[in-house]
Ligand binder design. Structure first.
Ligand SMILES: Cc1cc2nc3c(=O)[nH]c(=O)nc-3n(C[C@H](O)[C@H](O)[C@H](O)COP(=O)(O)OP(=O)(O)OC[C@H]3O[C@@H](n4cnc5c(N)ncnc54)[C@H](O)[C@@H]3O)c2cc1C
Length: 473
């Protein structure tokens, strides 16, 4: 019986372990062990049910245009638990010029596709709008070198579009600094648009013409919305996956300290407070900075490249209020705050408006604030009381909320968001080359080729397939 050890029990490691479990059930001669340093599985997917509130610590949704979550939900029998967002309230505000401005309708990523709402929007000044239109005439970039998101948007659409749209909306996905983020690694689509059409606006207009008409939902399937989640929160997916694994093949509360390559093939996995475990193949899904420590003795070059992927620190602060205490209607998905506004929160999601089933009753609302990210990390390290007060003060200034919360929960993500900075794809290629040079060794996870949950599912499954192929199974 060949053995695969999976290090890290986030969505990537769970996806790998799930594939190995399926191989085992189909009679293959393979055994596996999933080792997770925390006492719970799920990693950054962390949903808590608190007094009837469904509280998300990490991701609260997944992108519907990627199949990973749908496929996994179908395989594990929870497809009917997938739920779309409440489209009637699909509005996002940008806090700019000291007030909330509605993000114009028809803004696809960065680029306006509907002229009238964009022209009427006070978010971007008239000189800023005219500067964005220059995109039609600015020649495309001639060199193939990497460029930051900041430089790209500034070059094509101007500084105002960068400050008020790209940084909070697009950069916000990575909690990143646009002046450091690699465009190639984060939004390669923008490069294709520029190269193929010579202009983002032209590319968007062309794409709009080709867009298929939205289809009605298939019977028994939820209506597809841009973002989707699970009725019980994202944790429903990881809990379901974990329940499919054999309990004796899971070790939680155990940290892998290092991996040793055995002479003659295979690995010894050294686990804190335990005898080492022998493995024929190993899949490392711990975030890059933690993976760097685990492989340092085994492969210094791989470790150095892993350590070269920066990670940003952030926090989410969930707050529940009595609806009658909240002055605002909260009829939106929430708001984003450009860094140029110099505020202390990055965004606020009106969780109970965006999603059903997030509060125990209609008399209460749930809001989630984001703190930190690459450009404001130090704010996360304040004690709970100070952090909570800071968030409430910000909500008072931004949405005029003065009520005291009836429930709150803070989640800190220290080094929790990998930063795909300039040169990221070269670092990842170097890591993958070193992994390939070590037979039966695989690295996967949100630190490398996509932070989204569907991407992590795909790379986790792919790593397991690679391990099975390597073992001749
Ligand atoms: C606040 C926040 C909001 C997000 N929102 C979204 C969203 O809405 N949609 C979306 O698609 N994505 C979102 N993401 C990104 C997404 O959550 C992550 O990219 C994804 O969950 C990463 O999964 P992973 O398994 O690769 O890593 P992780 O979830 O980090 O799992 C890695 C696991 O490895 C364990 N580990 C580390 N070192 C060791 C060791 N030495 N030994 C054993 N175990 C170890 C860790 O404890 C951890 O459990 C968000 C992320 C954050 C932080």
């Amino acid at each position: 019986m060949k053995k695969v050890v999976v290090i890290g029990g986030g969505i990537t490691g769970l996806s790998a372990a799930y594939m190995l479990q399926k191989a085992l059930e189909s009679g293959e001669k393979v055994d596996y062990l999933l080792v997770e340093k925390d006492n719970r599985l799920g990693g950054k997917i962390w949903t808590e049910q608190i007094d009837g509130y469904t509280v998300e610590g990490g991701p609260d949704c997944f992108l519907a245009d990627k199949p990973g979550c749908f496929d996994m939900a179908r395989e594990t029998g929870i497809e009917d638990r997938i739920m779309g967002s409440n489209e009637a309230s699909k509005r996002t505000y940008v806090f700019a010029n000291k007030r909330l401005n509605r993000l114009p309708d028809g803004l696809m990523g960065l680029v306006p596709t509907k002229l009238v709402p964009f022209a009427l929007s006070p978010l971007i000044s008239w000189p800023g709008k005219i500067r964005m239109a220059f995109d039609f005439f600015i020649p495309k970039k001639q060199t193939d070198g990497d460029e930051t998101l900041g430089s790209f948007v500034n070059r094509r659409l101007g500084k105002e579009a960068l400050d008020k749209i790209a940084e909070p909306l697009i950069g916000g996905i990575h909690a990143g600094d646009p002046d450091k983020m690699s465009l190639k690694a984060t939004f390669p689509r923008f490069i294709q648009m520029e190269q193929n059409y010579g202009s983002l606006l032209r590319a968007m207009l062309a794409a709009r013409g080709k867009m298929p008409k939205p289809k009605p939902p298939e019977p028994g399937k939820p209506k597809k919305t841009f973002f989707m989640t699970f009725v019980g929160g994202m944790g429903e997916l990881t809990d379901t996956m974990a329940a499919k694994l054999e309990p004796n093949k899971i070790l939680t509360g155990k940290t892998v300290t290092h991996i040793e390559q055995k002479t003659g093939g295979g690995y010894m996995i050294h686990i804190d407070g335990m005898e080492p475990v022998a493995a024929d193949a190993v899949i490392v899904t711990a975030p890059a900075h933690e993976a760097a420590k685990v492989v340092e003795d085994m492969d210094k070059a791989m470790s150095d490249n892993l350590a070269g992927i920066p990670q940003a620190t952030s926090a989410t602060v969930n707050l529940a209020f009595r609806r009658s205490d909240v002055g605002s209607s909260l009829e939106a998905f929430g708001f984003i705050v450009p860094i140029s506004e110099k505020r202390k929160i990055k965004a606020g999601t009106y969780s109970s408006t965006k999603w059903d089933y997030r509060t125990p009753d209609k008399e209460h609302v749930l809001i989630r604030a984001f703190v930190g990210g690459a450009m404001n990390q130090e704010l996360v390290f304040q004690d709970d009381e100070t952090l909570l007060k800071m968030v409430l003060d910000e909500l008072k200034d931004i949405i005029g909320l003065t009520a005291a919360p009836v429930m709150h929960k803070i989640f800190r993500w220290v080094k929790g968001m990998p930063q795909y900075t300039i040169g990221h794809l070269d670092r990842v290629a170097a890591i993958e080359a070193r992994a390939a040079a070590n037979p039966g060794f695989f690295v996967a996870g949100g630190s490398y080729r996509g932070v989204g949950v569907p991407d992590c599912i795909n790379v986790g499954k792919k790593a397991a397939q690679g391990a099975l192929e390597y073992l001749g199974i």
